[in-house]
Design a binder for this molecule. Structure first.
Ligand code: SF4
Ligand code: SF4
Ligand code: SF4
Length: 366
């Protein structure tokens, strides 16, 4: 039986060297003082012992923050050395890291290349769009430094995705953003809706619907011209139409079984649920990765389906969306209107693309 284990590790918790005004993680950890926070060698040792005690058939490790490179290159050298030593059964390991790019130099890029990391680089759009919310602690632009990081990653042949946060403003700027990304040669893109539980200043349905429709038509035009740009949510919709499972848990309709590991070894069920009330325990618990009633309850909550979804003709494609966007079975997904508007607009073209891929590949998306 497959026993895959997915971890999202925060080596420095929410510690970061930028001060983006929309920072999600800083908001939910505002009461914590973790300016010097870094996962100790002892915590790493216990974490990896617990991981291999459950004999995973494959292991996916994503490093995130805050800014995970603040742990330092030596920390990663030690982590990766221990990982190799403890992986005595040779389970396949998939490594990724999400960064704001500020620390990326030749040494970091060489480490990513050596260990086969997939990197996620945060950049919201062109200079105007990016500078609106992403800034250093003095309020200065970091746009040029992010582009410099992209150049270093490219020079070392490190694969990377550009991660772009969508706000009410940037959603309407998608044409400019897409053109800027294309001009820079970025071919792997991911767009993440900005959701602020505290103030309610989340990306709205109108803006999201506009974005979904517009980005699809831009992507479609390029696809038909033989210029394939990977955009994660579109790739996943096409996968579903081809009969594959989405690789993004937020598009599966149910929560994935993975663990977010904070710097102190605390375990949470998802990066969006790193609150004290959602804490599952710690790597120092001997049963850390063997499943718990609390984790099961969390996962099962995502199986609740709103009546709207049960009768929706696009449910097989949308699957009700990410659990974070629907509080419970009585609450419709906050982006339902945007999804429906998008599906009504683009469904036929998506089907057309799926048929084209099927003809070219014999049905596999790889
Ligand atoms: S780079 Fe990421 S973690 Fe750091 S302040 Fe910006 S959004 Fe927050
Ligand atoms: S809340 Fe969303 S992102 Fe988190 S595990 Fe559930 S589906 Fe995935
Ligand atoms: S479009 Fe709306 S009703 Fe249909 S599956 Fe998605 S969230 Fe549910």
């Amino acid at each position: 039986m497959m026993n895959e284990l997915s971890l999202l590790i925060k080596p420095v918790g929410s510690r970061c060297n930028l001060a983006c005004s929309y920072c999600f993680y800083k908001q939910i950890t505002a009461d914590r003082d973790d300016e010097k926070n870094v996962m100790s060698d002892e915590t790493v040792r216990v974490l990896l012992d617990r991981v291999f005690a459950v004999r995973p058939s494959a292991l996916s490790i994503a490093f995130q923050g805050g800014e995970p490179t603040l742990a330092g290159l030596d920390w990663y050298d030690r982590f990766l050395t221990q990982l190799a030593e403890k992986n005595t059964r040779g389970a396949p390991v998939f490594l990724s890291l999400q960064t704001n790019g500020m620390q990326i130099d030749d040494r970091w890029a060489a480490l990513f290349k050596t260990y086969g990391f997939l990197v996620g680089l945060s950049l919201d759009g062109d200079r105007t769009t990016n500078d609106r919310f992403r800034m250093d602690r003095a309020g200065n632009s970091v746009y040029a430094r992010i582009l410099a990081a992209a150049e270093i990653l490219s020079k070392h042949d490190v694969p990377f995705n550009v991660l772009s946060v969508l706000t009410d403003e940037s959603a309407y700027e998608i044409e400019r953003t897409y053109a800027a990304f294309r001009q820079e040669g970025f071919r792997f893109l991911q767009f993440i809706p900005f959701v602020d539980e505290g103030t309610g200043q989340s990306l709205g349905n109108d803006a999201y619907a506009f974005f979904l429709k517009r980005i699809f038509s831009l992507w479609y035009r390029d696809f038909q011209a033989g210029n394939y740009i990977s955009i994660r949510h579109i790739d996943n919709y096409i996968r579903i139409l081809l009969g594959d499972l989405p690789e993004n848990c937020a598009m599966c309709g149910v929560c994935g079984r993975y663990y977010t590991v904070d710097a102190d070894g605390s375990l949470y069920p998802c990066d969006f649920y790193c609150r004290d009330s959602d804490r599952l325990g710690s790597v120092f618990d001997s049963s850390a990765f063997t499943g718990s009633e609390k984790h099961r309850t969390f996962l099962e909550a995502s199986h609740q389906i709103h009546a709207f979804c049960a009768s929706c003709s696009y449910a097989f494609l949308c699957r009700g969306g990410c659990r974070r966007d629907r509080t419970d079975a009585l609450t419709k997904n906050r982006y339902c209107e945007a999804y429906r508007a998008f599906f009504e607009d683009a469904f036929e073209q998506m089907q057309h693309v799926a048929r084209q891929i099927m003809q070219q590949t014999g049905g596999s998306t790889g």
